[in-house]
Design a protein around this ligand. Structure first.
Ligand code: GLY
Ligand code: MN
Ligand code: MN
Length: 444
């Protein structure tokens, strides 16, 4: 198989990001970011390691127990310093390779590398005399401990001439704003994440049958992710058949799917650290029932209208306002809601059937960082990637017309905002009823 498209993010891009950060730091300041740690799963095994996204964004370094310090001073200019685990042949024989102190500066284009065991001695010296420290609480708990202990030690050494930074500034806004706008390289990787996620949904559609377990579809999807070089899901797959579709973050995935059910699959791969996030809803037996069609068509119309509106200069809120009109009018038409559409919207009567937002930023995190503005009124701009995911979830309740009870439908795609509109990164997986039924007829 040709995997040449898998070329990773060039290491220069991480350096360019650090340069952008440096440009925003005042002289005589530092910025500190911590890696993730290994997390224990059972007594002798860990969860697969996943790097902290902020740390990854600035380093491209995929090991635990590491710290990046960016330092900007009059005397030494800009320095990128990395604390990391030193090489250790015995540990590496047991637990895997390490980059090591010697290779780190050249490999990662950094100025200096220091053994992580030395952080308690070295960090106070490195921070001594800096006016401002940029740091974010509650991203990595071990980082909070190191920063608090280092600063408190430095303050006790004041009489020996040690000067602790006097101003602490949170770096979240600075880094979140950078991460919100994707570079060309990031877009390339996100297109691939969208494409692989779409192929996996197609596979799941072809593999769905009554009397299969939901988790069998999860494994079909993971197989497809892996085949194309995406090792992980970007979040736990939601394979929600029947009434499970009305549980937004259903992840048990252990029900036996029945003839006549819809199955809602919300799943995406993580490719080169970037998330795909797709939802499709389709009939397990390959044919929508009349009631399923009716609900589905409302959500589909809403999704298509939202895609037209989620463009450069508009906001998520603008699109959501239109989506609400389509959905509430549809629910009134089917007798699920009754009353005047505008009044029902003003009274938020729809929240019983649609209780999440229309979309979110997408990137290294599936719910990516970046400010949304009050009620998601922020203007969309080229380079942002946003999901569009309207849904309707009809409870199994006495007051609902019987045919619609327990039907849950969501349709979700990933959009890159471009200068003239948007590009749907996940368009390869069908969503029209006829297309889905035709695809499902070609069972694998
Ligand atoms: N899969 C999580 C979401 O769509 O937001
Ligand atoms: Mn999703
Ligand atoms: Mn989503």
């Amino acid at each position: 198989m040709d995997l040449s498209y898998m070329a990773e993010m060039p290491i220069e891009e991480f350096q360019q990001r650090r340069a952008k950060v440096f440009a925003q730091l005042p002289t005589n300041s530092g910025l500190i970011v911590f890696s993730n740690l290994e997390r224990q799963r059972t007594a002798s095994s860990n969860y697969p390691f996943r790097q902290d996204n902020y740390f990854w964004y600035l380093t491209g370094f995929n090991e635990p127990d590491a710290i990046l310090l960016l330092k900007k001073t009059e005397q030494q200019g800009e320095q990128a310093i990395l604390f990391l685990r030193p090489s250790d042949p015995l540990m590496e024989t047991w637990n895997g390779r390490r980059l090591g102190i010697e290779k780190a500066p050249a490999t990662l284009h950094l100025d200096q590398a220091i053994a992580i065991d030395e952080v308690r001695q070295q960090l106070p010296q490195l921070l001594n005399g800096l006016g401002t420290l940029y740091y974010a609480e509650e991203v990595q708990q071990w980082g909070d401990e190191i920063v608090h202990q280092t600063l408190s030690l430095m303050r006790t050494q004041q009489r020996q001439g040690v000067k602790a930074p006097t101003t602490l500034v949170c770096w979240r806004e600075l880094l979140d704003e950078m991460r919100l706008f994707k570079s060309e390289n990031e877009i390339r990787l996100m297109q691939q994440a969208g494409q692989i996620s779409a192929l996996a949904h197609i596979r799941a559609m072809k593999q769905a049958r009554p009397q299969r377990f939901e988790y069998e579809l999860a494994s079909e999807m993971l197989h497809e992710f892996n085949r194309f070089g995406a090792r992980w899901e970007s979040y736990p797959s939601i394979i929600a058949s029947g009434e499970n579709a009305c549980i937004l973050h259903y992840t048990e995935n252990d029900r036996l799917m029945q003839d006549g059910d819809l199955v809602l699959i919300d799943a995406g791969c993580e490719f080169a650290m970037y998330a795909g996030d797709i939802t499709r809803t389709f009939p397990v037996n390959g044919k929508f029932s009349p009631a399923q069609r009716e609900i589905y068509q409302i959500v589909l119309e809403a999704e298509k209208r939202a895609i037209e509106l989620l463009v450069n200069g508009n906001s998520i809120k603008q699109a959501n306002d239109e989506v609400l009109k389509i959905k509430v009018a549809g629910l009134v038409r089917l007798g699920i809601l009754s009353g005047d559409v505008d009044t029902l919207i003003a009274e938020k009567a729809y929240t019983r059937f649609y209780m999440h937002s229309l979309g979110h930023w997408l990137g290294l995190d599936v719910h990516d960082v970046g400010a949304y503005g009050q009620d998601r009124t922020r203007e969309l701009q080229p380079g942002m990637v946003v999901t569009v995911e309207p849904g309707l979830y009809i409870p199994n309740a006495e007051d609902i017309p019987a045919a619609y009870r327990g039907i849950g439908v969501r349709i979700e795609d990933d959009l890159l905002i471009t200068e003239y509109g948007n590009k749907v990164l996940t368009a390869a997986v069908p969503k029209e009823i006829d297309e889905i039924e035709a695809l499902m007829a070609q069972k694998d």
